[in-house]
Design a binder for this molecule. Sequence first.
Ligand code: ARG
Ligand code: GLU
Length: 721
Amino acid sequence: MRSLLFGLIFTFISQVAVAGEGMWLPLLLKSLNEAEMQQLGMKLSAEDIYSVNRGSLKDAIVHFGGFCTSELISPDGLLLTNHHCGYGQIQQHSSLEHNYLKNGFWAMDRNQELPNPGLTATFINEIMDVTDRVLAFVNDDMTVSERQTMVDKNISKLRKNFELEEYQDLVVRPFFEGNQYFAFITTTYKDVRLVGAPPESIGKFGADTDNWVWPRHTGDFSLFRIYAGPDNLPADYSDENVPLKSKHFLPISLDGVEPGDFTMVFGFPGRTSEYLPSYAIKQLVEKLNPAKIKIRETALSILDKYMREDETVRIQYASKFARVANYWKKWIGESMGLERTKAIEKKEKYEKRFTSALPKDSPYRTILPEFEKLYKDRAPLAFVRDYYSELTGRNIEMMRLVRMGQSLVSNYENNGEESFIEYRDRVKPSVESFFKDYKAEIDSEVFEALTKLYKSNVDKAYVPRMMHAKNDEDMNGRSTNSSDFVLHHTVFNKKDKLLAVLEMEPSEAVETLKNDPLYKFGEQWKMLYDEKVANPLNKIQFRMDSLQRIYMKAQMEVFPNKVFYPDANSTMRLTYGQVNGYSPQDAVYYTPVTHLEGVIEKYVPGDYEFDISDKLLELYRTKDYGPYADANGKMPVCFIGTNHTTGGNSGSPAIDAHGNLIGLNFDRAWEGTMSDYNYDPTICRNIMVDARYILFVIDKYAGAGHLIEEMKLVHPKSEME
Ligand code: ARG
Ligand code: GLU
C-alpha cells in the first residue's frame, strides 16, 4: 500500500510540467493549475482570474488589433500595450514636422487623443468547451475530408444555437490539433485612440541590436483608450463616443519584484508547436531557418544602407525594417537554442519512450515512421515555399501589388466588370498608403538581390523562365538584363502609373495589367509554384496535419499522467512562473532586474539605437524618480521571469500574486526563443518592462500626471506586513 502510494506520488511529481512551461486556458485553471499557482505564492483563486458571473482579471485583458495584447489600467478605458504594438499607429500619425516616433506623443487632454481607423480592441466574454458538439458523429473510420465536413457542419449548427448580441461574435477554434474544440464569445470595440507614446529613445531603446536580448533597457510601452458609444457598447468612431467603462481594470503595484516572486502573464499568444516530431525540428534547424535567415539578411542590408543615408527614408522604412529584422534575429536565436539544448536528441528520446510504451499491435506504431517519410518528402518543397513566400509575400514589396493585380484580373475574368470595380475601389486606398512609405529604388535593389539569391539556391526546376532570361525573346527581344527591363517598364513600382491603370476602363486596365512585364513575371512564377510546389506540398501537409492530430491523441493516451497544454493559437491564455535569472553559458549568470544605470551605460550620443534625450539624462542626474524608485533609490527598468510566452504576448500584463500589474511583457531572451518548439526552464525567459518605469516615464518624463491620476496605484507588499 505504502509503496503504491509512493509510486503514485513519484509519477505525479515527475510528470508535472515545470513551473513556467505551459500556456493554459483560463477556463481550465481551476482543475489544472490553481493548486500549483497557489503553491507558488498566488493569493487569488481561479475564479478571480476567470469568471463569467462576475468581473474577473480576464475582463481587463484585451486583444489589441488581433496581433498583440493590451490591458485596461483605469476605469476610463485607458489601455496599456507595447510601443512596438502601437508602432504602426504612432508612425501613421508621424511626419517630419510632427515626429512622434522621435519625440513621443502625449495627449494632454482627451480631445487630443488620436483616432486610428481599423484598429480594434477585443474582449473575451466567455469560453466554452464545445468538443462534444463539434466532434459529434465524427469517428476514426472517416477520411480526413469526411471528418472536416462533419466538423464544419457541427460548427455551423453550433453557431446557430447561440443567441449573440449584435456586437458579439463567436469564434470556434481547434485545440490539441483538433482533438478538442473551444468556443469564444467576443466583443470588439472599434474606436481605439492613441493617448501616449514615449520617444523611440525610450520605447525602442536599443532597437534591433538589443531586440531579443537580455539584459534589456527598453521602455517598450504606449497608451491607447477604448471609446464606446453612449450606451457603453461598441461603436464606429464618433465625436459622441465616450471612454469605455469596463468590468475590470488592473491596479498597478508600486512594490516591484524580487527574484522568486510569483508572476503570471495573461494574453493572446500566437503560435507554438510543442508536440512536433524530431524530424520537424531537424528540418527547421538544418534547412528552413538558415534559408530564411539568409534571405532577410540580404534584404535588411539594403534597407539599412538607404535608411542611414536619409532621415525621411528612415522614418518611412522604420516599421518595415523592424518587422523584417525581428524574426530574422529570432530565428538565429531559435536555431542556436535548439542546438544548445539538444532539442532534437530530447525529442528522439521522448519518441523512444513513446514507442516502447506502445503495445506490439498498436496502430500508433506507424505514426513516427510515417512522419519520417513525410518530412523527407516535404523537405525540398518546404524550402521553396519559404523562399517563395519570403520573396513575394514579404521582402520584395512590389510583388504584393502584383498579387493585387492578379486578383483584379481574376475578378474581371471570372465575375465581370462590376466585381472588378468593386474590388478596385476597395484596394485603392491601400495602394495609396503603400506608396506613402515606399521607394522604388530600394525595392528594385531588393528585387535584384533576392531573385539572384533564389536562382543560386533553389533547384532550377522551380525557377521561372523570366528569372533566367538575360537578353532573350522572353524580354521582347531586348538585349538588356531581364530585371532591369522588368523594373523599368512595370507600373507596379510607380504610384501614378499604377493608379492611372486602375482608373482605366476595366477591359483596358486588365489588358494593360496582363501585358505588364512584372505582372507576367509574377504570373509565370506563381503558375510554376502552384503546380510544382503548392499542390504537392498541400497534399503532404494535409496528411501531416491529420497525423499530428493522431500523434497528439496518442501522446495523451501513452502518458496519461502528463499534464498537456494546448499549443498557442491566438486564443486567450495564462502562463505563470517566477521572477528569475538564468545562466546563458558557462560561468555567466544574468540577474533578473535592470536599472536606469544600465541605460546610461549603453548610452551612445547621436546613435540611432542608443541615444538618450537630455530630459532623461537630467532626471537620472538629479535622481528625480518620484515615488517610483525601488527601496535602494534606484529606478528599475526591466525584469525577466520563467513565464512561457510567444509572439502575440507582446503587451501582455505581468501580474503579481494579488492581481496587480507589475510589468508589461514585450520580448523573450534570445537563448530561449526556441521555447516555441521546446520550452526549457533553465534558459527560457520572458522580458517585461517594470510597471514603475512606465509610471516614471508618464509622470516624470512626459509630465502627463493626469494619466496617473486615473489609475489605481497600490502597495500590496507593504499592506501585507
Ligand atoms: N522581439 C519583440 C517581438 O517579437 C519586439 C519586436 C519589436 N522591436 C524591434 N526592435 N523590432 O515582437
Ligand atoms: N515581441 C513579441 C510580440 O510582439 C513578444 C516576444 C515573444 O515572441 O515572446 O508578441
